[in-house]
Ligand binder design. Structure first.
Ligand code: FAD
Length: 509
């Protein structure tokens, strides 16, 4: 029956799951299609959300713009703070620290990126650490932040300051729910207990709730988190496990009291068998320890976490288990998996919410008719594979390029075989500091260069064209960039002052 209506447009979408993935999807679809498509979201309070996912990347502002979300309102409602990048401590060697900042490094000149000139100046002893040439990496450790002022001159670094957000994941889902419901999304409370398929192509026709109610739709979004109820359980799409490269498979998450002003960056501290995050919010600090069960025990991981909090723990650590990897297909038949239902890359670079956003974006562009043409599915799945694999490589880089030898975990990741695609990036950089962005891969030159240098990888040389620039001009360029960055950072207020002035959340009892 469904096949006879193949060319008809989609009239109903069922979003199964109400975490960030579910509510982001429901909010975006209802915004884009208005009341032309019925959107129903099913979620189960009894099952609840994963409730972590507090750090983001700058791309989220584009999603907010699509939904016409006012930034100040969004930060206020989610107890949010701002993020200029991630500070990595003890990753390359114990005692090392660097910031992977968003935005650009210095100013490009001619065909070459700034870091090429910096490599030569550095070799001649005429340059500081690369962090001195980026607004974000200078401002972050000083605790300074501001969004681009509307009157910033276009060539000022302040005009293009790149930043993301930290927020309370549960408040974020609630915030989006209010917006989605206002746009017409119908929320149904209940646990899905069965999935019914039919037709010659085995499309999902309905999901049945514990109450007996059936939710029918033309298109189903599987946003059921790690349960992966539709794409995994009902359609049986296999999971590619990437644990051999990213061996962390557990996390403990715990909020603690806030003891100082919120830092405008996420902190990631490498531990003996994983790493610990610290995410500052307005009302509390989020913490977690991501670790590999192959190399440590849950008790030891909990001790490390609780002994390294800034303030008093506000709850018992919440245990989470995961496998890094992805489903072979995120779109199969009339089911598209968005969020953890489709795959998971550990949170080292805060990419999960970005992947949700990218999935929604791709779906908008490839939005099907009710027949869910296989050509659309193929493009969707190829693009998703590419995106996941490129981020996967970037994450592996942090572990593999290390000089740490102090534990079995670090010895394993330092010596493991890595994907060829990552080895190519490393070889290119080591040769003469080059980075070649592969199509639309998410992390670009600034990110790769900062992390490769920060992890202790140093190019043997620099691009030959750097020698075409006279030494005096090259030194003047490097000095000028440093001065401009420093003087602009001096204009920035403290992060806390900026929040107090623009987007302070209401105090909670
Ligand atoms: P969930 O939040 O788990 O939501 C699943 C939904 O499905 C829930 O509403 C649940 O009730 C519903 N559901 C499940 N089964 C049924 C059923 N049978 N019937 C009805 N409803 C059902 N991301 C970032 O971007 N930044 C981070 O800093 C970050 N940190 C993370 C740290 C850790 C340790 C982990 C594990 C993840 C982290 N993430 C992070 C990822 C982030 O948490 C998720 O990507 C994001 O919250 C989206 O989750 P979700 O909506 O896919 O799943």
């Amino acid at each position: 029956m469904r096949e006879q209506q193949a060319e008809r447009p989609i009239r109903s979408v069922a979003v199964v799951g109400g975490g960030s993935a579910g509510w982001m999807s429901a909010a975006a679809i209802s915004k884009m299609f208005g009341r032309g498509i019925d959107v129903v979201l099913v979620e189960s309070e009894e099952i609840g959300l994963i409730g972590v996912g507090e750090a983001t990347v700058p791309h989220l502002s584009a999603f907010n713009a699509l939904l016409e979300i006012d930034e100040a309102e969004f930060v206020r409602q989610t107890q949010g703070s701002f993020k200029l990048g991630i500070q990595f401590n003890d990753w390359g060697r114990i005692g090392d620290s660097y910031v992977h900042g968003f935005g650009s490094i210095g100013r490009d000149l001619g065909l070459l990126p700034f870091h090429q000139y910096w490599l030569k100046a550095r070799a001649e002893g005429r340059a500081k650490d690369i962090s001195a040439y980026s607004l974000n990496t200078v401002a972050a450790p000083l605790g300074k932040f501001m969004a681009a002022p509307s009157d910033a001159p276009p060539n000022s670094p302040l005009a293009e300051i790149a930043y993301a957000y930290h927020f309370d994941a549960v408040l974020y889902a609630r915030f989006l729910r209010r917006r989605a419901e206002a746009q017409g999304v119908k929320r149904v409370e209940g646990k899905v207990v069965a999935v019914y398929r039919g037709g010659t192509r085995g499309f999902v026709e309905s999901v049945q709730l514990e109450s007996g109610e059936h939710i029918r739709a033309d298109l189903f979004l599987d946003c059921t988190g790690f349960r992966s109820l539709l794409i995994g359980e009902a359609l049986g799409i296999d999971f590619d496990d990437w644990t051999q490269w990213l061996p962390c498979d557990r996390a403990l998450a715990v909020p603690c009291e806030k003891v100082g002003p919120p830092t405008p960056y996420t902190r990631s501290t490498a531990r003996e068998a994983g790493w610990q995050w610290r995410i500052p919010l307005q009302h509390r600090t989020g913490n977690g320890h991501v670790y590999s069960s192959r190399f440590t025990t849950d008790d030891r991981a909990a001790d490390i976490l609780l002994n390294n909090l800034d303030g008093k723990a506000l709850a018992d650590p919440k245990p989470l288990r995961f496998t890094t990897g992805k489903r072979r297909k995120l779109w199969d038949r009339n089911v598209i998996a968005i969020g953890l239902a489709g795959g998971f890359l550990e949170p080292l670079e805060s990419t999960a919410i970005y992947l949700i956003q990218a999935g929604i974006n791709r779906l908008m562009h490839l939005f099907p008719n009710a027949d869910c043409d296989v050509a659309l599915q193929n493009v969707y799945n190829e693009q998703t594979d590419f995106e996941y694999e490129r981020i996967r490589d970037f994450l592996i880089l942090h572990y593999h390029v290390t000089q740490r030898t102090d534990s079995d975990f670090w010895n394993y990741v330092r010596t493991m075989t890595i994907p060829d695609s990552l080895q190519h990036h490393i070889d290119l950089f080591v040769a003469d500091g080059q980075f070649f962005r592969n199509g639309t891969e998410m992390f670009g030159l600034t990110s790769w260069v900062q992390v490769m240098l920060g992890q202790g990888l140093h190019p043997r040389s620099y691009h030959p064209a750097v020698d075409w620039v006279a030494s005096a001009d090259l030194h003047a360029l490097v000095d000028h960039v440093e001065t401009v960055v420093r003087s602009n950072v001096s204009l920035m207020p403290a992060h806390e002052q900026f929040i107090a002035r623009c987007c302070a959340a209401q105090q909670r009892a």
